[in-house]
Each structure stands twice: as structure tokens, then as C-alpha cells.
Ligand binder design. Structure first.
Ligand code: GDG
Length: 472
């Protein structure tokens, strides 16, 4: 494997390992926006991707798949428990999502996080070409930018943060708050979803480390009396719209959408939620509001069905086990109180689906409910909009998502306000086709114009400018 000009570092490799019938390894591309977004650039730039293959205790040599060099980082079962399920998903995830669930702080988890971040950094440093670029992704790898810089001062380093960055009062709870800031500041460009996230980060840098900050530029000490510049700003991520547009136009997918509606008894209104089963997504709030609308007779079970896809996620983390129980209890109660033999209030699916089926669901839904309590961006909102090729349908969107900054024509909600959420659902259900089309046209224009290519080009453009700045 030759040195790579562009190295992406992410927790997961963009492929899944399947052991074939004869015991040999087979690999399948894992469907994800990130790989689709970066594939063309990776191929053109001779790229490599550093990541965990998704299974504990397996050592896999670097290999090339579909034109991209893949560099697997192995994790032991203890490291998966402490670095991934522990520090990443039970410390950083809840803390950065405004402590919706209480973050757990454990020193052993932090030690595992440091050790694993070092391993990712070493792998990246060993494959990047001289004066190349390393692009680190997300909250599992916040120390990697600085660790790469120590090993390879010649390279340009970017970091993109996919989840929110919290306000300083919350961030300050983190026992390792200064180490994490220093880890991130190893990057030349630090990207966030929203302007607000970048502002919170800049405030933390100013208040904790006392670095000079001017606009988006941070003066980071780089030696006695010397500083270098790191830029922290928003680069809102988006989706690869082409497969959504293509699937939404396919006759068999449209037929499947009609079949889904028919199988529910052709109610006048189909509402849809699609989320990983996660406490940040506001699934309980959505179900509560919908249940009350049925109780109060503002909606009738003969006229409305809520489809809730809750794809399985992080099932070994306690908070997720409890959340699942709570959701399933409320769904059972609401259905028990309201269902008839021919109609169901909530069709709840704790399953993952192929993309074709997801698009059929989007096409079947009159109203999409995105009620996250906190969400970096929320790509589901953008996917729904992209598929609505006939300009029908209504997006109800929480103001606590990154998507709310861009998708201004959605029906906006504060999901904590159950009465407000109920009114928003009724507004969506009763919206005239003309008003739906007016809003949907504007939403679709935004998503199609600012797709994931625009996102990766603008981030890589900022990195190229940083590289030029270094040479100057
Ligand atoms: C993180 C941030 C940010 C879900 N169930 C199925 C399925 N999905 C797909 C959706 C969508 C993706 O998973 C979920 O993306 P989101 O953006 O909604 O949320 P997170 O997973 O929390 O992602 C988030 C994102 O990173 C990107 O930066 O927007 O804020 O939390 O694409 O369609 N896809 C299929 N079957 C399923 O059952 N095929």
C-alpha cells in the first residue's frame, strides 16, 4: 500500500465484514452518507480510510476495496466496552446532547479512550503521504488531531464534529475538558454542524485555555512565543440526494408506498417517524403528543396512523435498554386504548430496513415527524424532503436539530412543549395542498442545492486554504 494524499479517520470503516461459508472474509460496503460523500474525492486523491472493522478482537491487515485503501484498527472486547460503549456513547454522547440522559464519568473509560485514540492516530500517521491531508470524523476521536500533529507535523489536519457541541456550563462538567479541547485544536480546521456549536466551542477555548480568538480564528500556541491558526466554523452536512431522487421516481418503489398505505387501511393521514432508537430523538415526546390527540378526539384512529421505525441501536448501553422499555410500554398502551380490528394507532417497528423500503415509507407518509430534543443535523429530515418529488407532504421539525437552521419552511416545534407539538401535528395534518407545495418546493431547493458534495467540497476547500496558508 503506498502513502495516501488524503486519509479519512472515522470510528468505523465504510465496510462490514461477513465471514463467508468457507470461512474466508468477505466485505460489503456499509450504506452510509459519509462514504458516498467522500468516495469520488477519495478515488481522485488516492485516499485511505482508517477505522474499526466493527468486530472485537480481530486483527486484519490493510487491504484495498473498491479502489480505496482500508486500514483496519483493531479493538479488544474491553476496549469496545470502555472506549466505544463507555466513554463515547455513555459519557460524551449524553453530555454533548445537553445531558438529556446523565453522562457517566469513569477514569478507566477515559484511559481506554486515550489509548484507542492514540492507535487511530498512529495508523493515520503511518499511511499519510508527505504534506498530505488527514480528515478526522466525530466525537469518538477528539484526541486524534493533536496526536497526528505530534507524529506528523507536515500534514494538514481537519476534524468534523457530527454531533452538537454543548454550551460551556455543560461542557465544563467533563473532567477531561482541557485535554479534549487540546486534542481538537490539533486540527487546522474544526468543522461543526451549526454556527451555534462553533460558538460554544470557541467560548470553551477562550474560557478554559485563554487562547486568543478572533472571529473563527484561534491562535494556538505552537512553540515558545509562537502561535499557529486553527479555524472553527460551521459546515452543515447533507445527504447524497441522487439515490433518493432516483428511488422516489421508480415505479416499483411508488407502488410499494401505495401498498404500505393500503395495508394500514388507507387512513387519510399517515404520520411517520424514522430514528435510531435513541433518547436524543424525542420519540417518547412524539408518541405522547400523538396519543393525547387520539384521547382528546382531535384525531381518530380510523383517519390517522403513526408509523414509527425505531432502528436498533447501542443495545448494550443501559440508557438505551430503559428507553426501549418506556417506548414499548407507551406504544402498547396507546394501541390497546385506541386500536380497532381494522385500524392501528401506532405501527411500531423495531427493525432496520433497506433503503428502497425507507424511500417507500417516506413516499407513503403525509407528515414526517422529526422531534429530536437535540440533534447535530438530522439527515432523515433531508431525506424525506428529497423524496417528495410531487411537492406534497409536511415536515414537522424540532428547532433543536441542525437541520432547523436550513429547513426554514418546515413546521417548527419545541418537542418539550407537548401542547405546541400537538398543535403542530394538527397544523400539518390540516395543511392545504397548495401550502404544502409552497413550502416543499423551497425545502427541496435547499436540500438539492446543498447536498453532501457541496459539504465535502467546502470542508476540503477550507483545508486546502489552510495548507496554502502554512506554505505562505
Ligand atoms: C449522526 C448525528 C447527524 C435509520 N434507520 C434506518 C436507516 N437509517 C438512516 C437514516 C439516516 C441515518 O440512518 C440517520 O442519520 P441521522 O442524521 O438522522 O442521525 P444519527 O444516526 O444520529 O447521525 C446526526 C449525522 O450523524 C450526520 O452528521 O445528522 O445529527 O446524530 O440516513 O436514513 N437507514 C436504513 N434502514 C434503517 O432502518 N437503510
Amino acid at each position: 500500500m503506498t502513502a495516501a494524499d488524503l486519509v479519512v479517520v472515522a470510528n468505523r470503516l465504510p465496510v462490514d465484514r461477513i465471514v463467508g461459508p468457507d470461512g474466508t472474509d468477505e466485505w460489503r460496503t456499509s450504506p452510509g452518507g459519509l462514504v458516498a460523500a467522500l468516495e469520488p474525492t477519495m478515488r481522485a486523491a488516492h485516499g485511505a480510510w482508517v477505522g474499526w472493522p466493527g468486530q472485537a478482537d480481530v486483527e486484519i491487515e490493510p487491504f484495498t476495496f473498491d479502489g480505496i485503501d482500508l486500514v483496519p484498527v483493531s479493538l479488544s472486547a474491553d476496549e469496545v466496552a470502555e472506549y466505544y460503549e463507555g466513554f463515547s456513547n455513555d459519557t460524551i454522547w449524553p453530555l454533548y446532547h445537553d445531558v438529556i440522559a446523565p453522562p457517566q464519568f469513569h477514569r478507566e473509560w477515559w484511559d481506554a479512550y486515550v489509548a484507542v485514540n492514540r492507535r487511530f492516530a498512529e495508523a493515520a500517521a503511518s499511511v499519510v503521504a508527505e504534506n498530505g491531508t488527514v480528515w478526522v470524523h466525530d466525537y469518538q476521536l477528539q484526541l486524534v488531531p493533536q496526536l497526528v500533529r505530534e507524529l506528523r507535523p507536515d500534514v494538514t489536519i481537519g476534524y468534523f464534529h457530527h454531533i452538537p457541541f454543548p454550551a460551556h456550563g455543560l461542557y465544563a462538567q467533563l473532567p477531561w475538558r482541557d485535554q479534549v479541547l487540546r486534542g481538537l485544536l490539533g486540527a487546522d480546521v474544526i468543522g461543526f454542524q451549526r454556527a451555534q456549536d462553533a460558538t460554544y466551542f470557541l467560548t470553551a477555548v477562550r474560557r478554559r485555555l485563554r487562547h486568543d480568538v478572533k472571529g473563527a480564528a484561534i491562535a494556538v500556541p505552537s512553540g515558545p512565543g509562537e502561535t499557529r491558526t486553527a479555524i472553527a466554523k460551521a459546515f452543515p452536512i447533507s445527504i447524497d440526494t441522487s439515490p433518493y431522487l432516483e428511488l422516489a421516481a421508480r415505479p416499483e418503489v411508488r407502488a410499494r408506498a401505495a401498498e404500505i398505505r393500503a395495508s394500514l387501511g388507507n387512513p387519510a393521514h399517515i404520520l411517520l417517524g424514522v430514528d435510531r432508537l435513541d433518547y436524543t430523538k424525542g420519540i417518547r415526546h412524539r408518541i405522547k403528543a400523538y396519543g393525547e390527540l387520539l384521547d382528546e378526539g382531535r384525531l381518530r384512529v380510523e383517519d390517522a396512523t403513526l408509523i414509527q421505525v425505531a432502528s436498533p441501536s447501542r443495545e448494550r448501553v443501559d440508557a438505551y435498554v430503559h428507553l426501549r422499555d418506556e417506548i414499548e410500554l407507551s406504544v402498547g398502551r396507546i394501541n390497546g386504548d385506541n386500536d380497532t380490528f381494522g385500524h392501528t394507532a401506532i405501527r411500531y417497528l423495531h427493525q432496520g430496513y433497506p433503503r428502497e423500503e425507507m424511500v417507500a415509507l417516506y413516499l407513503a407518509a403525509d407528515v414526517m415527524l422529526v422531534t429530536a430534543l437535540r440533534d447535530g443535523m438530522n439527515l432523515v429530515a433531508k431525506e424525506y424532503v428529497a423524496t417528495r418529488v410531487d411537492n406534497r407532504g409536511v415536515l414537522v421539525l424540532s428547532e433543536f436539530t441542525g437541520a432547523a437552521d436550513e429547513l426554514r419552511q418546515a413546521v417548527r416545534v419545541n418537542p418539550h412543549d407537548i401542547e405546541g407539538l400537538k398543535d403542530a401535528i394538527m397544523e400539518a395534518v390540516q395543511m392545504t395542498p397548495r401550502e404544502q407545495a409552497r413550502r416543499m418546493r423551497a425545502l427541496r431547493k435547499r436540500v438539492i442545492e446543498n447536498d453532501v458534495d457541496a459539504w465535502s467540497s467546502s470542508f476540503l476547500g477550507a483545508l486546502a486554504a489552510a495548507r496554502e496558508g502554512k506554505r505562505a
